[in-house]
Design a protein around this ligand. Structure first.
Ligand code: DQA
Length: 151
């Protein structure tokens, strides 16, 4: 089972960036913990500050992996191209936001991605990524069971 986490712009700065909003922990540190919790699956992580690279990654992996967790950062609120890419791929995608975007500036209230994702986890800190991966693992097992061998 393969699951990919994609982080967008400025999320490479987690731990240093506005810790009062995003917390004190770097994503690399958190990802190590996550990998040990999900050691039975293949869990990969990709981050880019460039919209085109995020699109390329969705195209490259979206026909292959069992699920994608995406935090597109500010591109969530601007990028129709990312929403189109999520809609184009068969992999189920869960949107995550570390902060509660609905309790912040109004420009953060709208997500172009939300409608093309299976669901969204918002405001639960880094824990949101773990919950999203857990749900994708369970979903994949349910789908496998329903399809049965040979399908
Ligand atoms: C964010 C929320 C976005 O509005 C913001 O631009 C980010 C991080 C979050 O995880 O809370 O970069 O996606």
């Amino acid at each position: 089972m393969k699951i990919l986490i994609i982080n967008g712009p400025n999320l490479n700065l987690l731990g240093k960036r506005e810790p009062e909003i995003y917390g004190p922990r770097s994503f690399d540190d958190y990802f190590l913990e996550l990998k040990s919790q999900f050691h039975h699956i293949r869990l990969d992580y990709f981050q880019s500050n460039h919209e085109g690279k995020l699109l390329d990654k969705l195209h490259e992996t979206g026909f292959d992996v069992d699920g994608i967790v995406i935090n597109a950062g500010a591109l969530t609120h601007t990028s129709i191209a990312l929403a189109d890419a999520v809609a184009a791929i068969p992999a189920p995608v869960v949107e995550v936001h570390i902060s509660n975007v609905h309790a912040r500036e109004t420009f953060r209230h709208h997500s172009f991605l939300a409608a093309t994702c299976e669901g969204s986890i918002v405001g639960l800190g880094l824990e949101g990524y773990r919950l999203a991966v857990e749900w994708l693992v369970r979903r994949s097992r349910v789908v496998q069971k329903t399809e049965g061998p040979g399908d």
